[in-house]
Write a protein that binds this ligand. Structure first.
Ligand code: NAD
Length: 249
C-alpha cells in the first residue's frame, strides 16, 4: 500500500520535466495519490498530469494571482471533495547581485516564491481546517540559510527566508487543527532552474563544496516531500528539512 493511498495532492510549478515539482508529483502518484499539477502553461500542466497516468489533473494557475489560486482550488475541491496535500513548489530565480536588483526584479521574485506560497496556502487552508487534516510542504532553499549562490540572487534568498518564516507561523497557527506545515531546503539540485547555465568548471566548484560530492537529484527532494506529506511525518510541523548533501556541515 502506498504512503498516499486515497489522498488528493496539489503540486504547483510541476510541469517542468526535470523539475522538483514533477518528480514530487510522480512519486506521490506512485504512492497512490491523485495529483493535480498546477503551472503557468495549461498544455504543459495537462501533459504533465497525463504522464502520471489516468485520473491526474493538469491546470493552468499563476500562483501570483490570488483569484486564479482560489479558482483552481475550488475546481479541484469540487471534483475531489477535498485536498489533503499542497506542495508550494513554483519558484523562479534571477542571477543578480545586490546592486543589480531593480524594483521589478524584487517584485517578481518575491511574488512567485513568497506571495504564491501564501495565496495557494490560503486557498486550501479552509478545507483542511474543516476536515482537521492536511499537510502543506513549502520549497525554501539553502540560499535562505547561507545566502545567494550563483543562481538565486539576494532577493531570492530573501524570498526563501520569508518562506521559512511563513512556514513556521502557519505551522503554529494551524497545528490545533491538525494541519501540518513544513519546509524543504534543497541544496544544489540538477534541474532546469540550475542546468544549462553551468560550465564544467562552475559545476566542479559547486560540487567541491558539497560533502557528499555530488549534485542532488530531483528524486532526493521528492522523497523528502513524500515523507512530509504522509502520515510518517504525523508529528512533524514547523520543521525545515535540509536536502543538500551536507552543504551546511
Ligand atoms: P524549475 O524551473 O525546473 O521549475 C519551476 C516551475 O515553476 C516551472 O515549471 C515554472 O513554469 C513554474 N512557475 C514559475 N512561475 C510560476 C507561477 N507564477 N505560477 C505557477 N508556476 C510557476 O525549478 P526547480 O529547480 O524544479 O525548483 C522547484 C522549487 O525548488 C523552486 O521553488 C525553487 O526555488 C526550489 N529550489 C530549487 C533548487 C535547485 O537546485 N533546483 C534548490 C533550492 C530550491
Amino acid at each position: 500500500m502506498g504512503l498516499l493511498t486515497n489522498r488528493y495532492a496539489v503540486v504547483t510549478g510541476a510541469a517542468s520535466a526535470r523539475g522538483l515539482g514533477k518528480a514530487t508529483a510522480r512519486l506521490f502518484a506512485e504512492h497512490g495519490a491523485t495529483v493535480a499539477i498546477l503551472d503557468l502553461d495549461a498544455e504543459a500542466a495537462v501533459d504533465g498530469a497525463a504522464d502520471l497516468g489516468p485520473d491526474h489533473v493538469g491546470l493552468a494557475c499563476n500562483v501570483t494571482d490570488k483569484a486564479a489560486c482560489n479558482t483552481a482550488v475550488a475546481e479541484l475541491e469540487g471534483r475531489w471533495g477535498r485536498i489533503d496535500v499542497l506542495v508550494n513548489n513554483a519558484g523562479i530565480t534571477q542571477p543578480l547581485k545586490i546592486m543589480e536588483i531593480e524594483p521589478g526584479n524584487y517584485d517578481a521574485v518575491l511574488d512567485v516564491n513568497l506571495r504564491g506560497t501564501l495565496y495557494m496556502s490560503q486557498a486550501v487552508i479552509p478545507g483542511m481546517r474543516a476536515r482537521k487534516s492536511g499537510s502543506i510542504v513549502n520549497l525554501s532553499s539553502v540560499s535562505a540559510q547561507r545566502g545567494g549562490g550563483i543562481f538565486g540572487g539576494p532577493h531570492y534568498s530573501a524570498a526563501k527566508a520569508g518562506v521559512l518564516g511563513l512556514t513556521k507561523a502557519m505551522a503554529r497557527e494551524l497545528a490545533p487543527d491538525n494541519v501540518r506545515v513544513n519546509a524543504i531546503c534543497p541544496g544544489f539540485i540538477a534541474t532546469d532552474i540550475t542546468g544549462g547555465r553551468l560550465t564544467p568548471e562552475m559545476l566542479e566548484t559547486i560540487v567541491a563544496d558539497i560533502p557528499m560530492g555530488r549534485a542532488g537529484e530531483a528524486s532526493d527532494v521528492a522523497g523528502c516531500a513524500l515523507f512530509l506529506a504522509s502520515n510518517l511525518a504525523a508529528y512533524c510541523t514547523g520543521t525545515e528539512v535540509d536536502v543538500n548533501g551536507g552543504a551546511l556541515i
